[in-house]
Design a protein around this ligand. Structure first.
Ligand code: IPM
Ligand code: MN
Length: 368
């Protein structure tokens, strides 16, 4: 009996439909090669559903998802709807209600032509961000007084708990241990990125990081304030290996990271609670202007689906999918990730066909 995984499919808004369709097309091929199955359940939530029914994402949907293994997610955001409403209910909704405390965001360069920095080659940029995904400025504690008046006060709390801080830091160390040292290094490294010099509440991160680090003598540690980390990402991205950071800083620095590896069209993420149902998405938004044009890159969602395979326990399939995409880029079959240069459906077909070809004949041996 082959394994069967229950997958919620939530395309959402904008380009979500198109990119998720391509990821599912690739998933068909992966299943064929690796001999497992998926039961896929479409979930309609997003702008159209909200405009039709007034419902964002009901409790019943979260209950349903709790019975699944994973959710493959497209994007949320629609100019017809109040800013943040659906993002908060659906994206943050899943992150909070399913307690998906790890936002895993790999930043890996597959070909120098995709990097806007001079002389950066694959291997120079191979970073994994562990973004805390349930606390900080995203806790939902905010408000306004004297709204609309010249004396208005707006506030939003940055909340950190010892438990929330410790579990993401621990996850980063475990991940570093699993990855092992980068070429030329004798130890894997975890960098803490924070702003504890100004946001004194983040002293909790400083102390927790130091305590957890003591349990991992085989792992080198480093620290950078977020402003400096942004600078070093541009100047010396090769210094970073695994990075752990707060929710908001992680949001920002991973967009920066995405631009170093080819842009939002290739940056994947997993919203993970180890051992429990988790959600996988590109880090991009819904790009309404590309909706229905077959121009958006589906590679971010395809690679997010690859992270999903790893989460499901299909590690070999996950590695092979990443190697397939990498090889298409390294052999210049995928030349560019600019929207429209390759069609969305074309990229999905290329990945699918190449995965099946590799399964028959092995890697073509890209010139690296
Ligand atoms: C992301 C997005 C979300 C975030 C938005 C849509 C709420 O930018 O997943 O990075 O800020 O986390
Ligand atoms: Mn973001």
């Amino acid at each position: 009996m082959s394994k069967v995984y229950d997958i919620g499919v939530l395309p959402g808004d904008g380009i979500g439909d198109e990119v998720v369709a391509q990821a599912l097309k690739v998933l068909d091929a992966v299943q064929q090669v690796y001999g497992f199955q998926t039961r896929r359940e479409a979930m309609p939530y997003g702008a159209e559903h909200f405009l039709k029914t007034g419902e964002t994402m009901p409790d019943a949907a979260f209950d349903r998802i709790r019975q699944m293994h994973a959710v493959l997610f497209g994007a949320i955001g629609d100019p017809r709807i109040e800013v943040g409403k659906l993002e908060f209910a659906i994206i943050a909704g899943m992150r909070h209600k399913l307690d998906l405390y790890v936002n895993l965001r790999p930043v890996k360069l597959y070909h120098e032509s995709l990097c806007p920095l001079k002389d950066k080659k694959p291997g120079d940029i191979d970073i994994v961000f562990c973004r805390e995904n349930t606390e900080d400025a995203y806790s939902g504690v905010y408000g306004y007084t004297k709204k609309g008046s010249e004396h208005e006060i707006a506030l939003q709390e940055m909340i950190y708990t010892r438990r929330g801080t410790e579990r993401i830091i621990r996850h980063a160390f475990e991940l570093a241990q699993k990855r092992g040292p980068k070429p030329g290094k004798d130890k894997p490294q975890v960098t803490l990125i924070d702003k504890a010099n100004a946001v004194r509440a983040q002293d909790l991160w400083t102390r927790t990081f130091a305590e957890v680090a003591r349990e991992y003598p085989g792992i080198a540690t480093d620290h950078a304030y977020i402003d400096a980390a942004c600078m070093w990402m541009i100047k010396n991205p090769d210094w970073f290996d695994v990075c752990v950071t707060t929710n908001l800083f992680g949001d920002i620095i991973t967009d920066l990271g995405a631009m170093l590896i080819g842009g939002m069209g290739i940056a994947a993420s997993g919203n993970i609670h180890p051992g429990k149902v988790s959600m996988f998405e590109g880090i991009h938004g819904s790009a309404p202007k590309y909706k229905g044009t077959d121009k958006a890159s589906p590679l971010a969602t395809i690679l997010a689906m690859g992270l999903m395979l790893d989460h499901l326990g299909e590690a070999a399939a996950s590695k092979e999918l990443e190697a397939t995409v990498a090889e298409l880029i390294q052999t210049r079959q995928i030349r560019t990730l600019k929207a429209g240069d390759h069609r969305c459906s074309e990229l999905g077909t290329m990945v699918k066909d190449h995965l099946l070809r590799r399964a028959r004949t092995g890697p073509v041996g890209a010139a690296r």
